[in-house]
Design a protein around this ligand. Structure first.
Ligand SMILES: NC(=O)c1ccc[n+]([C@@H]2O[C@H](COP(=O)([O-])OP(=O)(O)OC[C@H]3O[C@@H](n4cnc5c(N)ncnc54)[C@H](OP(=O)(O)O)[C@@H]3O)[C@@H](O)[C@H]2O)c1
Length: 348
């Protein structure tokens, strides 16, 4: 209840004229399309929750929505000429200030985390079924970097049907999705090999990986080791290389990668994977991750027990979002980036 009162009081200035501080994006482009400004506070539908944002997470998806690339995503409904949603940011952690009439799982004052529409702002609206109660041991910043990346990692492990004792290879183990994939695969009892750049080998080892390969020096597909499951999250290897590194009946899950043309980007390989899978013994699957509370409910106990810990490289303020995005673009991030939006008394 204390949280509700202080969060509401802190929002009064914004409430007075119905506006709020936010990062606003009116066009696709480079980092400077992300400008600090004021915009209308979101209105919620009956199945939505209004959140006082304490922290937001930044991920590759936010970068894609900034640039509008690959173009395929514009056709898929994110906005053809400009982003449909002018406030960027998906991952959110904060305090509920209002709920729609059909919402049953949350009430004002609850601390939540999940996926919203527009978390780089003082307030964000989110569907009830994309939110869960915040893990009690995590800060808002830690909770805000979980939803999309850890949810994707969980879904990738499900798609790979990972079982105890299996050998699992994680390509892109030092990134947003990969840092969770390594920890989740370990929690399932797999023997995990992580692949990253040389400078991040220490990070991947600290996540519990049994073996770590430096992608510039070691070839994961040299035949010296075969994997039951490969989670292909970074590096865009050819499907033939994935197959070479798999056991005869192994599974590769293509999650993503940043190379590829401006039209389909990394999707090209993802789309080919299930076709190749039809004609070989190995299983090649593509992942199109879903945003859903059920994954958060599965992640919460793992976060609370310490089996999974968010790896935060740096935390920025809302006014520093451009710097945060430059850091991400440069490929320097070790794990995740958090954006602190409101660190008042309700955040304690
Ligand atoms: N399918 C879906 O639904 C879905 C959902 C979420 C994300 N994605 C996609 O998945 C990809 C990863 O997302 P993310 O948030 O984890 O991105 P990220 O934080 O930028 O991480 C990218 C990772 O790729 C690694 N990498 C780069 N070159 C590599 C190589 N040659 N071999 C192996 N690893 C290499 C990087 O390692 P270093 O940093 O050590 O160089 C880093 O670990 C992105 O393309 C994203 O768009 C897809």
């Amino acid at each position: 209840m204390t949280n509700h009162i202080s969060a509401t009081a802190a929002g009064n200035q914004a409430a007075a004229d119905g506006t709020m501080k936010a990062i606003v994006q009116d066009a696709y482009g480079a980092v400077d399309v992300l400008r600090s400004g004021r915009t209308e506070r979101p209105r919620i539908a009956e199945n939505e929750v209004l959140i006082r944002v304490h922290a937001a997470g930044m991920d590759r998806g936010t970068w894609h929505m900034m640039t509008g690339r690959p173009y395929l995503m514009r056709i898929l409904g994110f906005g053809f000429r400009r982003p449909k949603n002018s406030v960027p940011g998906l991952d959110v952690a904060g305090t509920v200030v209002a709920v729609g009439s059909a919402v049953s799982r949350f009430a004002a004052g609850d601390q939540v985390y999940g996926m919203s529409r527009g978390s780089f702002a003082e307030y964000a609206a989110a569907l009830e079924d994309k939110l869960a109660h915040k893990p009690s041991n995590l800060s808002f910043e830690q909770a805000a970097v979980v939803p999309i990346s850890a949810g994707t990692a969980l879904q990738a492990l499900d798609a790979g049907r990972v079982e105890r004792g299996q050998k699992v290879l994680v390509l892109g183990a030092s990134g947003g999705v990969g840092t969770y994939a390594v920890q989740l695969a370990k929690s399932l009892g797999a023997e995990v090999t992580g692949v990253s750049s040389a400078g991040k080998v220490d990070l991947v080892r600290s996540l519990g990986a049994d073996h770590v390969l430096d992608y510039a020096a070691d070839d994961f597909a040299d035949g010296s080791r075969r994997y039951d499951v490969i989670l292909d999250i970074g590096g865009n290897p050819k499907l033939s290389r994935l197959r070479r590194a798999l056991t005869p009946t192994g599974t590769a899950v293509v999650v993503g990668g940043e190379e590829g043309g401006k039209w389909t980007g990394g999707f090209g390989r993802s789309l080919r994977a299930p076709l190749v899978s039809l004609v070989v013994r190995q299983r090649l699957a593509m992942l199109a991750s879903k945003e859903r509370a059920s994954d958060l409910e599965r992640l919460t106990p793992l976060l609370e027990s310490g089996a999974v810990t968010p790896s935060i490289d740096r935390t920025y303020t809302l006014g520093e979002v451009q710097d945060a995005m430059r850091h991400l673009e440069a490929g320097h991030v070790r794990g995740k980036i958090a954006i602190t939006v409101f660190s008042g008394e309700a955040a304690s």
